[in-house]
Design a protein around this ligand. Structure first.
Ligand code: NAG
Ligand code: NAG
Ligand code: NAG
Ligand code: NAG
Length: 317
């Protein structure tokens, strides 16, 4: 009977272990999340069975396993939250959710999950994208100094400069980046107008995403009006070039008007000087003739008198 009992127990044990091995393997899904800056981000994994333990690490990239250095959740150690509760784990049966409050730009990262179930374990990597505010650039001009300020936004955004013809002037600008709240930055790009760098129009473009080319552009014309361009054309076609040339002709004429006026005045002055000189010469010629006459007349008169006297003297002799 004892041996029968033992085999029965053995059989029962076998059936139990076989049923356990036959039960479905732990499977789970984790998804990527996109959250607005300062809102609450919720990254989660859902399993087909009860989740018993969770470890979450922050990584630089999902492709680099050894970049997962910071552990934010570890239920084995009783760590259900971090950063004074800003980041916390909500574990409900087969749903494991990490909630990040007041999400920062620096929370944009990859998160590696290590999940433990009654019947197995596994890991997955998910990405959290934080969308930062995309505010319009502030474009100002102070004399020859042009400044483009993007006061707050993602650190990976860029500032580019163009002239009215779409020529890239970015190489001549200098960029200053400052740390702002929540891992965001403040960018200021400055361009100095020089004799070798002048344009009828300057445009400052804040490029938020290099891949989608999402951007906001502000332009400042020589007439100092700031205009917004929703769709900035970087390659002006012939039509635009022609109209630009047509606009430039009266402008150059305008620039030459003072020079032409000065030339006219100069010519008139020369003319007047020549006239005056000639008049004076004639006047002087007339004056000298009169002087000559004035000096000659008494001499002639004396000569006449002498001649009158001479025959008398001869007569006297
Ligand atoms: C998670 O568990 C619930 C029951 O608690 C179940 O209805 C649901 O289907 C499970 N989810 C998955 C993905 O298996
Ligand atoms: C959480 O983990 C840290 C180490 O990363 C440890 O010092 C701390 O005691 C843990 N907190 C709790 C509540 O166990
Ligand atoms: C403009 O030129 C700079 C280098 O001077 C370059 O980094 C940038 O990508 C260029 N921008 C465009 C839109 O071609
Ligand atoms: C800005 O966006 C427009 C589309 O709206 C695009 O045509 C242009 O190339 C973008 N500018 C830059 C510098 O990427």
């Amino acid at each position: 009977m004892g041996s029968l009992q033992k085999t029965a127990v053995r059989l029962l044990f076998l059936s139990v272990s076989s049923s356990a091995s036959h039960s479905q393997f732990a499977s789970f899904i984790c998804s990527d999340v996109k959250t607005e800056y300062d809102k609450t981000a919720a990254i989660s994994c859902i399993g087909n069975t009860k989740i018993t333990n969770v470890v979450v690490k922050r990584c630089e990239s999902c492709n680099e396993q050894n970049s997962c250095l910071e552990t934010i959740i570890n239920t084995w150690n009783g760590n259900y939250s971090s950063e004074n509760g800003r980041i916390r784990l909500v574990l409900q049966h087969n749903v494991s959710e990490v909630q990040i409050q007041e999400v920062k730009a620096t929370d944009q990262s990859s998160y590696q999950w290590y999940l433990h179930f009654d019947n197995g374990e596994g890991n997955r990597c998910t990405n959290l994208e934080v969308t930062a505010p995309e505010i319009e650039p502030d474009f100002t001009r102070n004399g020859r100094k042009l400044a483009c300020l993007s006061s707050i936004g993602h650190r990976q955004r860029q500032i580019h400069w163009f002239d009215g013809h779409g020529t890239n002037l970015t190489g001549s600008a200098s960029l200053v980046s400052e740390e702002a709240e929540g891992g965001l930055t403040s960018l200021t790009s400055t361009l100095h107008e020089k004799p070798t760098l002048t344009a009828s129009e300057y445009c400052c473009t804040v490029l938020y995403d290099v891949y989608t080319k999402r951007n906001k552009t502000k332009c400042l014309s020589a007439h100092k009006a700031v205009t917004d361009y929703l769709h900035f054309t970087s390659t002006p076609d012939q039509e635009i070039l022609k109209t630009m040339e047509a606009q430039e002709i009266p402008k150059t004429m305008e620039e030459h008007i003072p020079i032409i006026l000065v030339l006219i005045v100069l010519v008139l002055c020369c003319f007047a000087a020549v006239l005056y000189y000639r008049h004076r010469q004639r006047a002087m010629a007339r004056g000298s003739f009169a002087d000559l006459l004035r000096t000659l007349l008494p001499i002639l008169r004396q000569h006449e008198k002498a001649e009158e006297k001479a025959p008398n003297q001869e007569c006297d002799v």
